[in-house]
Design a protein around this ligand. Structure first.
Ligand code: ADP
Ligand code: NA
Length: 341
């Protein structure tokens, strides 16, 4: 009854970085050949923290350009921005009435992003995971490729789907869903050697757009010199690299950098350690810098080229939002009927 369908998104709040690329984007690209895929620029999530409107408008196009430069193909996938399909917001309201305050109170991302003064955070930042559940459930998506940090939000989406199916069991069956399942609990798809890329400056913090230090991340638009410099300056300990995976325990920086190498090269971690283990960090860092420049350089160039071709990128979004709406609208109509509207 439910076709395998992929949904995922990123916020237009700055340049995409290596964490976005290795944690999510590589899987997005591969899944295009095996699944029906819907990739969203989640601009409504972005305004949970205040954004300058002009900047936001530009960032929506810039992130879409990065999607295309990484290899998302509008012929294979639906590529659009969230705010253009009103069903996301409409369904989020219904799901907000299904989810429980106690569930939201457990979300660690809110605690991190709200900081010390939780009372001063926006209501949207707090209910962000409910909108995310609507993004996914509103397309009856079955698989959600994301980084490790999104695992808890995915569990919440599953809990909301299950509770909705129980709360409205009779109405769901009366609407033609004989097995009582209207919302499929989506499967997180978190896989690869770099599902959680850490900061280059602090191996205990995740690489993030919001880190004030630009040295902490590789942006997809960084030029070759910048990439090489950031890797040279990356924090490490003083021991040589281990020859086995076990030796990475308690060494977050070595673990992170070798994981990045494995993800970028497509080689196993064992093979990377076999080649560089026992040697000095500096030798490994030079090899990593060359690899990162070779892999990210062309993506950055293509991103910049597409960012200058705004008309084309906007046409991709417009076409994508029409195709997205064609899937979301009938599901939303059913959801309305089920709850009694
Ligand atoms: P950010 O966390 O940088 O603000 P988003 O929230 O827009 O980025 O996340 C977009 C996608 O990138 C999500 O699937 C998220 O899990 C993934 N992602 C973000 N940072 C990392 C990271 N450091 N390592 C792995 N995946 C990440
Ligand atoms: Na994130």
């Amino acid at each position: 009854k439910f076709v395998p369908r992929v949904f995922s998104g990123m916020q237009p709040t700055g340049n995409l970085h290596l964490g976005n690329y290795l944690g999510a984007m590589l899987n997005w690209i591969h899944m295009q050949d095996t699944h029906e895929c819907i990739y969203c620029v989640v601009d409504m999530h972005a305004i949970t923290v205040w954004q300058d409107p002009k900047e936001l408008r530009r960032a929506i196009v810039d992130v879409t350009a990065a999607y295309l430069a990484c290899g998302l193909d509008p012929k294979k996938s639906i590529i659009f921005n969230q705010s253009q399909v009103a069903e996301h917001a409409e369904l989020a309201w219904i799901l907000g009435c299904t989810g429980r305050i106690g569930w939201l109170n457990r979300m660690t991302q809110f605690k991190e992003k709200a900081g010390k003064d939780k009372e001063a955070a926006s209501v949207g930042l707090y209910t962000y995971p409910v909108l995310m559940a609507a993004d996914i459930l509103g397309y009856h998506a079955t698989h959600v490729p994301v980084g490790e940090d999104q695992k808890q939000h995915l569990e919440l989406a599953r809990d909301i789907a299950n509770k909705f199916n129980i709360d409205y069991k009779d109405a769901i069956e009366a609407s033609g869903f004989a097995d009582g399942v209207f919302f499929v609990p989506p499967e997180p798809y978190i896989t690869g050697p770099a599902t959680r890329v850490m900061s280059l400056r602090d191996g205990t913090k995740k690489m993030s757009k919001s880190d004030p230090s630009d040295l902490s991340r590789l942006n997809l638009t960084d030029d070759a010199d910048t990439i090489a410099r950031k890797i040279r300056k990356a924090k490490t300990d003083t021991e040589p690299l281990p020859t086995e995976k076990d030796g990475l325990k308690g060494r977050p920086e070595a673990d992170n950098l070798t994981g990045i190498y494995a993800a970028l090269s497509g080689e196993s971690l064992e093979k990377v350690l076999g080649q560089y283990g026992g040697g000095q960090f500096s030798v490994f860092k030079n090899a990593l810098a060359d690899l990162a420049v070779a892999r990210l350089g062309p993506v950055g160039e293509e991103t910049k080229r597409l960012q200058a071709d705004r008309g084309y990128v906007e046409s991709v979004l417009k076409d994508g939002s029409e195709r997205a709406r064609a899937i979301a609208a009938p599901i939303m109509r059913k959801a309305r009927e089920i709850v009694g509207f």
